[in-house]
Design a protein around this ligand. Structure first.
Ligand code: NAP
Length: 451
């Protein structure tokens, strides 16, 4: 007879849901409880993907199916570390899988980083995605803005800054976000990469999309494209690089249309300092870099300054430490070997697993999370015989614990209500067809879910 398992998953984003679904498929004798600190499921998809990217949000449909199958119990508004502890998990479950992602901005240690007007892109994304735990207003007062980094998060931040608010009305943005963008006086958004245009970390669809923005011109600079800047035959060049090189070349040939907003792409710019006046961002200093071969760059000793009133750093995300779980401060991930949590000496910590960005770091598209979850689950299933039986493996134990602690949790049935409510808010909107309007406030989400 197979051993009946109880497994907890912390984090109801794509990583956690894929892991639960794969586990249910590979090991049917399992009860899975999925916990999230937010009242609604879907993590990064609800609070990390840009609202104007419904294609990615389409992944929600398959995640919905997985949670709707009844094989996974969802509990939202449960904070691991205060509402639920590792000791509770040990008492009621055989194993726990951490799928908490990476939601903080990586640090950039340059002078001026703490000036008023210097932001992390992750915080900005949280704001425009209506995350309940960030302030409702965002100071969009700058005419000239810098976005640092050449990854897709930089593109998301820059595109949202450059877009006209009315072009966002078809999305699910909350009203406070629409009003914020509507009042923005921005004219120029500058994206700065420290490497050359052949070393971008963008993806083709996302790059091409910049050229399709209404009333926004794309500006590139000849000095950033030295002769032979793109070598099709160089090692590591993919079809994606080739497509993006063609996209940039076509932009270089285009005449500017005289649009009211401009999106500038600068390369070979290493951030040196954010310049301030009266405690506020007033500009930014960069050192020009150059190709040092094999994808490396070197400094040139040439410095350039740009007048700017806001700087967004989009130089990567960083994971947060989880109480009681071995953490690697350097890479911002849970220490693990193929998803099995290990201590600082590499020794396995029985019953603890990790998947997604908190396992491998904040790189890769949402789809990559699936193969990652597969590895973690295969290892967990291989370990089943060694997993220690919990003292109280009861299905209801966690409900009793929450009742005792006064935890106001949400459920899958609650999400279905909130989902309906948001869709109805969208349908009620006059003049524009909207798929939904997000409810931002945490307590309001909980009340609607638990009605
Ligand atoms: P990323 O792709 O790793 O890009 C980070 C960028 O920051 C790189 O250009 C990197 O330059 C630069 N950077 C790092 N440290 C720097 C420093 N000290 N100074 C200047 N630049 C620095 O990370 P991301 O943009 O946060 O994206 C994370 C993952 O999510 C990626 O896999 C991304 O594709 C994915 N994502 C996808 C979408 C989408 O599909 N639409 C949207 C958002 C995110 P170097 O190359 O020189 O290190």
């Amino acid at each position: 007879m197979t051993k009946a398992l109880r497994v907890a998953i912390i984090g109801a984003g794509p990583a956690g849901i894929y892991a639960g679904n794969i586990l249910a498929g590979q090991y049917p004798e399992v009860e899975i409880d999925l916990f999230d600190m937010l009242p609604a499921p879907y993590g990064l998809i609800r609070y990390g993907v840009s609202p104007d990217h419904p294609r990615i949000k389409g992944i929600v449909n398959s995640l919905h199916e997985m949670l709707n199958s009844g094989k996974i119990r969802f509990f939202g508004n449960v904070n691991f570390g205060t509402d639920l502890h590792l000791a509770d998990i040990r008492k009621h479950y055989h194993a726990v899988i951490f799928a908490t992602g990476a939601i903080k901005d990586a640090q950039l240690n340059i002078p001026g980083i703490d000036l008023d007007g210097s932001y992390g892109a992750a915080d900005f994304v949280s704001w425009f995605d209506g995350h309940p735990d960030v302030p409702r207003t965002w100071p969009l007062e700058a005419e000239q803005v810098a976005v640092l980094g050449n990854g897709n998060v930089a593109l998301d931040a820059a595109r949202m800054l450059a877009k006209h608010a009315d072009d966002l009305l078809v999305t699910d943005i909350p009203d406070n976000v629409y009003q914020g963008f509507k009042a923005s006086p921005v004219t120029d958004v500058h994206i700065f990469g420290r490497r050359g245009p052949a070393s971008i970390k963008f993806t083709p669809i996302e790059l091409r999309e910049l050229g399709e923005l209404n009333d926004v011109d794309i500006v590139l600079y000849d000095e950033d494209f030295p002769d032979g800047w793109f070598d099709e035959d160089a090692e590591g060049v993919t079809n994606q690089h080739k497509v993006m090189a063609r996209v940039m070349e076509s932009w270089r040939e285009e005449e500017l249309s005289g649009a009211s907003r401009r999106l500038h792409l600068h390369f070979w710019h290493k951030p040196v300092a954010i310049l301030g006046e009266d405690g506020k961002v007033a500009g930014m200093k960069f050192e020009r870099t150059q190709d040092a071969g094999a994808g490396a760059i070197s400094d040139t000793g040439v410095f350039v300054n740009y007048p700017l009133q806001a700087v967004y750093r989009a130089i990567g995300y960083f994971g947060s430490e989880i109480p009681g779980v071995p953490f690697d401060d350097k890479y911002g991930v849970i220490r693990n070997d193929g998803g099995r949590v290990v201590d600082e000496h590499g020794k396995r910590v029985e019953g603890l697993y990790a998947t997604g960005w908190i396992k491998r770091g904040p790189v890769g598209l949402i789809g990559h999370t699936k193969s990652d979850a597969l590895e973690t689950i295969e290892n967990l299933v291989a370990d089943v015989a060694d997993l220690v039986d919990p003292a109280e493996p009861s299905t209801d134990a966690v409900l009793a614990t929450f009742a005792e602690r006064g935890v106001e949790f949400t459920t899958w049935a609650g999400w279905l209500k909130l989902n309906e409510h948001e869709i109805a808010l969208g349908a009620a909107f006059e003049g524009v067809e909207r798929e939904r309007v997000k409810v931002v406030d945490r307590q309001e989400q909980v009340s609607i879910s638990n009605k």
